[in-house]
Design a protein around this ligand. Structure first.
Ligand code: ADP
Ligand code: MG
Length: 479
């Protein structure tokens, strides 16, 4: 009865609305628009909530990337919802736009008539921008962050090579390296450098057509083009591009048709002498689930990596950001932050912002070491508490009733191999360790870890009870 009451009225729809805004905050606008906004609520029965997803491809993506999170949030809001099921079904709002006459004629115009030269010069984006509704109505590129310029980029030992390469590409009229491939762990400045290149080129020559987009967006657009049976228009969009930047291409892993399309776009742009800039979290050779020919193509220009920060760079960045925020940062505080927050620049910046906001909110309270320690108490505590690989091995071994020694051994029996793969997967999910680092802890190389992560991702989709135990393990490890 109580269960009925919780679902009967509009509350589920309201809850869904709240969940969506929470997710939007968590994942950011781009990912939200691409993957979560197209979802819609379906029916509810026996504790199972159906959520409609427009395509199979999106369904798989949403399941691997967001279903745990959606489930977790919803469970908290409404205990009556025990499970969530994603079903492929076009949503009502979207179907009509397929038959929208304006949209159809626009599609026709783009796909069938050979466009006069001047239309391409102004770029397809401007044609699309004139049309206020329909399938193609959003521009290819996403807005650039005005803060992400070369001037605001602090250079140190760990990023000087990537910086020099980015500057070179931005400043040369002739193509020097193609593609430029930037890679690093998260929050170390890849996106910043890409935007900086774009700003610089725009400043030098505003007529150049620069497209910056995430690999997620590229995939989303391609999938949509497939859905609207309109890949020709999709391809046309790239024809007028002078500089193409695709951020975070690791997300293309395993998506074969999108990769093929990307490969095609990539090759034709390179052949026509357009500049391509790519970023990823790994070197081309180490990218997971990317076709070999694409990997070798990605690696055939200049590959530049950004290493984890060192103390000096962290101090440099803190001083630079403090200056931008217009505050005086005592040396002691800068040193404290640079010592404690070593993971990446995004977190370092976040911590500084919190301290500054606190001091300003409290009527310009002075920034001191004590105040900093106090304001960042929770953050630093969770920092100290971050799960270690040792802990993961121990907990997973316990759960599956094997010893940690066995887990690290060379035994391949399923009873040992599966828990080992799960532990590797959790290590990748819950720590910021690289694949080789994780591998070492298991006496394996990084390809084995990569394989394990992929395997477990598959198992989670296929095997609900295993997915549940993994979720439970995650919860205990994060507690
Ligand atoms: P990534 O794309 O590698 O995950 P970002 O480029 O988003 O990282 O950088 C994360 C944050 O750190 C951004 O706010 C960016 O401006 C800042 N940042 C990164 N590297 C530097 C740097 N060398 N100097 C100043 N700020 C930086
Ligand atoms: Mg980035």
């Amino acid at each position: 009865m109580a269960e009925e009451a919780m679902i009967n009225d509009n509350s589920v729809q309201d809850q869904w609305g709240q969940i969506c805004s929470q997710l939007k905050n968590e994942v950011g606008d781009t990912a939200f628009e691409s993957w979560l906004k197209p979802l819609s609520l379906g029916s509810f029965s026996d504790g199972v909530m159906n959520i409609c997803v427009p395509t199979r491809f999106m369904r798989n993506w949403v399941i691997t990337h967001y279903s745990d999170r959606i489930h977790k949030i919803w469970e908290k809001k409404n205990p009556a919802i025990k499970n969530i099921n994603f079903i492929v079904q076009a949503t009502r709002e979207e179907t009509p736009s397929l038959y929208n006459p304006t949209c159809r004629s626009l599609l026709k115009k783009i796909t069938s008539t050979p466009a006069p030269q001047n239309i391409y010069q102004s770029g397809i984006n401007s044609i699309i921008a004139n049309n206020n509704d329909g399938a193609l109505n959003d521009s290819l590129s996403v807005p650039l962050n005005p803060q992400y310029t070369f001037e605001n980029f602090v250079v140190g030992k760990t990023n000087e090579f990537a910086y020099a390469a980015a500057r070179k590409v931005a400043e040369s009229r002739n193509i020097s390296f193609n593609p430029l491939f930037l890679y690093s762990g998260v929050g170390l400045g890849k996106t910043h450098l890409m935007h900086a290149i774009a700003w610089h080129i725009k400043q030098q020559d505003p007529t150049r057509n620069i497209v910056y987009l995430s690999a997620e967006k590229f995939m989303y657009k391609f999938v949509r083009a497939l859905r609207y049976k309109d890949t020709t228009a999709f391809k046309e969009q790239f024809r007028s591009v002078d500089v193409l930047m695709v951020d975070d291409v690791q997300f293309m892993g395993g998506k074969d048709t999108t990769q093929e399309e990307f490969f095609y776009t990539f090759n034709s742009l390179i052949e026509e002498g357009r500049q391509i800039i790519i970023s990823a979290d790994k070197s081309p050779a180490d990218l997971e689930g990317i076709e070999t020919r694409l990997k070798s193509r990605l690696g055939c220009g200049l590959v530049a990596d950004i290493h984890p920060t060192d103390f000096d760079l962290r101090i440099g960045i803190l001083n630079n950001k403090a200056q931008q925020l217009g505050v005086e940062l005592p040396t002691k505080v800068a040193e404290f932050l640079a010592q404690k927050i070593t993971s990446n620049i995004r977190e370092l910046e976040g911590a500084l912002r919190r301290v500054v906001a606190h001091s300003q909110l409290l009527a310009d309270k002075e920034i001191t070491l004590e105040m900093t320690q106090d304001v960042l108490k929770d953050m630093l505590r969770s920092y100290d508490k971050r799960t270690t690989i040792d802990e993961i091995q121990k907990k997973v071994a316990e759960h599956f009733n094997i010893s940690v020694k066995e887990m690290q051994s060379s035994r391949r029996a399923r009873t040992v191999a599966r828990p080992r793969q799960i532990a590797m997967y959790l290590a990748k999910q819950l720590t910021s360790r690289s694949l080789p680092e994780i591998g070492r802890k298991f006496d394996r190389d990084h390809t084995t870890v990569m394989h394990a992560v992929r395997k477990v991702e598959e198992l989670i989709v296929e095997d609900a009870s295993l997915a549940e135990s993994i979720e439970a393990l995650k919860r205990t490890l994060e507690a």
